[in-house]
Write a protein that binds this ligand. Sequence first.
Ligand code: ADP
Ligand code: BMX
Ligand code: ZN
Length: 293
Amino acid sequence: MNILAIDIGGTKLAAALINADQQISQRQEISTPASSSPQALTTALTQLVSHYQGQAHCVAVASTGIIDNGILTALNPDNLGGLNQFPLQNTLENLTKLPCYLLNDAQAAAWAEYSQLAEQFRHIVFITVSTGVGGGIVINGKLLTGPHAFAGHIGHSLADPNGPRCGCGRTGCVEAIASGRAIAAAAQLELQGKNARQIFAEAQNGNPQAQRLVENSAQSICQLIANLKALLDTECIVLGGSVGLASGYLQQVKQQLSLLPTPFHVPIVAAHYQHDAGLIGAALFAAQAHSVQ
Ligand code: ADP
Ligand code: BMX
Ligand code: ZN
């Protein structure tokens, strides 16, 4: 029987059925509502899950935000149109009448990526550069979630004390410089009003401002990776999210890391599961949790 996997990001909501061999079918994607009203997210989730009735035995969720005790708490509410608290587990259990297993989106993606790197590495960090910047940490083959499910929120570590204010309330977080939203927010003049995807396209066309915005993002992700290497002696960094997976981005991060002293060097790879890492990781986690019940 399949697992219904749902990925809740700041920009898009995805859902799919995942079988025991991690094969995906019936994948759907809709935009994340840009509203602080819990009702708007409930309506979008209702639309998304209605398609899968009777086809799954449990629900696996990878969601942006701190996912603790079934509640989504936004660390950076700006990423969810101002939505701050949302009863995610209750909402989905009421909608589907199925047991529901939840993880943060980057924690879930880290678990998926670790599952297929496990023969090579025991210590990896997954970084998503997407609407925000998220992280999932695997140490000695175990996913680190922490006592309050907060572990891995590396997008909210300091990149520049003189940088922009972050939606989390701190100043100069990595997310406030490197994320898709931050790239768009920093755009001026001819790039004002464009989103990160459009700014990447402009950078490819040779626009110097766009190239500088992409470079600043890659530079702060490179410094974050060096910090993680010093903190955890991690063996491999996996990069995901639509910004992280954008053409040329990984190369820029690698190039900048190569300029730092050798102890900070670490292999960096693109997410094997690309944009589906969250869905697959949530399903793996749910399958493991469901089987021990
Ligand atoms: P989510 O945050 O919902 O998981 P994504 O991983 O798609 O979603 O990240 C959304 C961000 O990525 C947005 O800021 C969007 O503009 C940007 N983006 C989407 N596609 C691309 C692309 N091809 N190149 C660069 N940035 C992109
Ligand atoms: C934010 C934070 C993280 C999340 C990361 C990436 C919120 C709502 N989210 O740092 O929990 O993992 O963004 O999320 O505070 P995404 O939406 O970019 O995938
Ligand atoms: Zn922050």
